[in-house]
Write a protein that binds this ligand. Sequence first.
Ligand code: PLP
Length: 457
Amino acid sequence: MNPATAWAERDLAALREQDAAHVWHPLLNHSTLAKNPLSVMVTAQGCTVTDASGKTYIDAMAGLWCVNIGYGRKEVAEAAYRQLLELPYYPLTQINAPAARLAAKLADILPGGVTRVWFSNSGSEAVDTALKIARAWGRLNGGSRYKIIARYQGYHGATLGGASLTGQTHRRRQFEPLLPGVLHVQAPYFYRSGAKTEEELAERCAEELDAVIRYQGPETVAAFIAEPVIGGGGVIPPPGDYLKLMREVCSLHGVLMICDEVITGFGRTGEMFASDLYGVKPDIMTLAKGLSSAYLPIGATAVTEEIFQALNAEGESGFLQINTYGGHPASCAAALKNLEILIGEDLPANARKVGARLGAALNRLGDLPSVGDVRGVGLIWGVELVEEDGAPLNNDAVGRILRYAREDGVILSKNAGVANGPSNTLTISPPLVITEREADRVAEVLEGALRRHLAET
Ligand code: PLP
């Protein structure tokens, strides 16, 4: 509790009234809010957020998998402030210094070969841009490559392009029909796959991708897109050599590989990029979240020089898209300072170190009857919850477990584990500055919440 930040009852009631009357919140039916009111978050520092009553929480989700450097970094605020005074805005139809410097910095740290950056404002826009670049490239390469292959259980964003690539039924159904020319293959989801080894599953998935490309006709397929570690689909790390095998299939058929590193980028897996961790060279990468640690909105789509040159060959039109706020000077200045901190403090190393300890603690929970699977890498973890017979744990019970953890001061989230099933995987993706003590506390509170649930059943 931090009484210094507590709001007066009257102010809080007025704010709640305004919110209830006018704000449309994501992913929920507003009629449930009277029974389950939302928190009013007012301040944050490090890994801790404080609500209007003064109660503090460890934010084990880094907001939405994004506040990689932690809250309260004055340097980032100051960098944005200085830039806003100097040049608040000018479109990327001309050059601005922070955008040029940020693109150069990214080219320096991205996996080899990915050197050219298109700026936008969110992960969804970065993904839509990747899709459009792949299609524009496909027009130049044989003329008819336009299909994009994504995966069930993957998540790629809120826009129609992102929703079309997303492979989770509940996030698509409301908006169908979605984009034509998008196909899905199985996710490499080892738990429930029936495979005996990770290698067996990896090979099975690569064979499926190969078969789908051949069936469609390679000359019609532009790209394959994958999150190196599926995040919003219940944290699914790639089994064995999965990503390398998928890369080989793409190369064999002249299909581009897009790595959606919106969550995994900028240290979350313990390497700066998951593509490096798993030893693959993507043709296109999508970035957001940890790029600015969410201090200001920014997204980026980075491509190889080869793709860039193809679209900019003599007589070609370039890439015919514009985003008003793409390369926004203040967002780029904040992102640059964010990268300085990430690299200067070697936060990927902290993600590796504290992540290993957190993973070990979570794996110990695997003995509890309602824990079906624990999986993750670095500081991205999923704990899949099950009923006694192994079926996904029902939504009400998962909701109660999250509430118990919150009462004890730890914010976790939940995401879908199986296609079309309940959101029965608890997800943990804290700021990369998390300390061992805080990580221990997260595991301890989760254990308490699970034990409370078990005592009630
Ligand atoms: N891609 C991935 C892998 C994501 O996890 C997300 C968001 O969670 C997005 C794209 C979309 O990003 P945004 O919400 O910034 O539009």
